[in-house]
Design a protein around this ligand. Structure first.
Ligand SMILES: NC(=O)C1=CN([C@@H]2O[C@H](COP(=O)(O)OP(=O)(O)OC[C@H]3O[C@@H](n4cnc5c(N)ncnc54)[C@H](O)[C@@H]3O)[C@@H](O)[C@H]2O)C=CC1
Ligand SMILES: O=C(O)C(=O)COP(=O)(O)O
Length: 387
């Protein structure tokens, strides 16, 4: 029986995929695998029993990836599963920044009991007038699952779209409309665009990428949208740029003590992925990843271990070994098995950075002391007999 812990509520349509071989535990310390959305895993103790964590979503900055890898815990995310939800909110953000829809709605509430509300509206509506997005220049930093959808949608709404992503994947490039202007230097986005939206992961290399220096290169009255992570933007610099009138609006999906009351900021309570469809898509993908890993040892969409697929085990035994990516690991595995008279029918070994993963299928049962010998090899982080 596998024990699953949910650190956040996970959509039922995903949880329902767990068969009667699984049970849900309230206790993270007892779990074989955990599901999480934005809850932080950084402070949690990682038990020996924990095999996998699946992030039902894209950003994995709430999970200590290297610490997990070092304990042989495979971390997954669900690439693209919530991208449409975010894209739609970004389009809403473009519109909310262009016309004072929020101010107008709040104003109506302030006169809602006046019987002349209709006349008052006609008299006051010019205070909330704005501009259209058609024809304006939109710069997109990060053309992954979300950036590409935003680019194509904004293009269809008549915007001139500029895209920057030095690490764009082949798939993303294929999906990008040919109308998107390919930018090689992010400064060209800063200098040219009326709207700039950021869709990169939070990494050391991207932290505070939108700062005083970047903003100083931008057009006056620029609108900046951040549906990626608050720490990508130096929000103290942002507050100053809004106060100085350099930035017209800062649309962010991340309330915090700096942004929540910031004049000129439109702050949304992290709703990008909070749609029924995105929540369902993420839950289904995350649960399938965990099941495939626990039941067959196969790894798909991991962010700290290599992809690895040896199908379903048809031999007597399957052993999964999470280990360091150092020389002679396979040599040691095979010689220990050979000395024990175990014939290997199939095997696979994949590496990613400092970590590697091996699956070995054997034709006969493998004794516990042989597994103990494998476990004792220097560089082995975790070992499981799956079947
Ligand atoms: N507001 C919300 O609810 C949500 C927010 N997010 C955030 O959005 C981020 C992006 O999500 P996805 O598009 O699904 O991820 P993704 O991994 O598909 O795309 C990220 C893209 O950023 C690019 N990139 C990395 N460093 C870059 C740099 N320095 N300059 C330009 N491009 C760079 C990568 O090459 C990749 O193409 C996530 O990491 C997460 O933080 C994601 C989903 C929901
Ligand atoms: O997928 C992401 O990166 C998100 O930011 C979505 O977060 P959530 O699952 O809505 O807490």
């Amino acid at each position: 029986m596998f024990k699953i812990n949910c650190l956040n509520p996970i959509a039922a349509v995903g949880m329902d995929l767990f068969s009667d071989k699984y049970t849900v535990t309230e206790d993270f310390a007892q779990a074989d695998a955990a599901l999480v959305r934005s809850a932080s895993v950084h402070e949690l103790e990682l038990s020996e029993q924990l095999q996998a964590i699946a992030r039902a979503g894209a950003g994995v900055n709430n999970i200590p990836l290297d610490k997990c890898a070092d304990k042989g815990i495979v971390v997954f995310n669900t690439p693209g599963a919530n991208a449409n939800g975010v894209k739609e909110l970004v389009i809403a953000g473009l519109l909310l920044a262009s016309r004072d829809i929020v101010g107008g709605i709040n104003w109506v509430q302030s006169v809602k009991d006046d019987e002349n509300v209709a006349k008052l509206a006609e008299k006051n509506k010019s205070k909330f007038a704005g501009t259209e997005i058609k024809g304006k220049k939109l710069g997109i930093i990060g053309l992954g699952a979300i950036g590409v959808l935003v680019a194509n949608a904004a293009n269809r709404l008549g915007m001139q779209v500029y895209g920057y992503d030095p690490f764009i994947s082949v798939d993303a490039a294929w999906n990008l409309s040919r109308d998107i202007k390919h930018i090689n230097n992010v400064e060209d986005i800063y200098k040219e665009c009326d709207f700039i939206t950021v869709h990169v992961p939070l990494l050391d290399s991207t932290k505070k990428m939108i700062n005083k220096e970047a903003i100083s290169m931008m057009k006056d009255n620029v609108v900046i949208l951040n549906f990626a992570r608050d720490l990508l933007v130096d929000e103290v610099d942002m507050g100053e740029a809004l106060a100085a009138g350099k930035v017209k609006k800062y649309v962010t999906d991340f309330p915090n003590p700096t942004t929540a009351g910031m004049p000129g900021a439109l702050v949304i309570p992290h709703l990008g992925a909070s749609t029924e469809e995105s929540e369902d898509n993420c839950a289904i993908m995350a649960v399938k990843e965990i099941k495939e890993y626990l039941e067959n040892g196969n790894i798909k969409n991991s962010v700290n271990y290599p992809a690895c697929d040896m199908g379903i085990c048809t031999s007597a035994v399957r052993i999964a070994i999470n280990h360091k990516n150092i020389p002679n690991m396979l040599g040691q595995f095979t010689s220990i098995l050979a000395s024990a008279g175990v014939n290997i029918s199939d095997m696979i070994n994949k590496s990613r950075g400092n970590y590697a993963y091996s699956l070995l299928d054997a034709e006969t049962a493998v004794a516990d002391d042989v597994i103990s010998q494998l476990k004792a090899i220097d560089g082995v982080l975790k070992i499981r007999v799956i079947k």
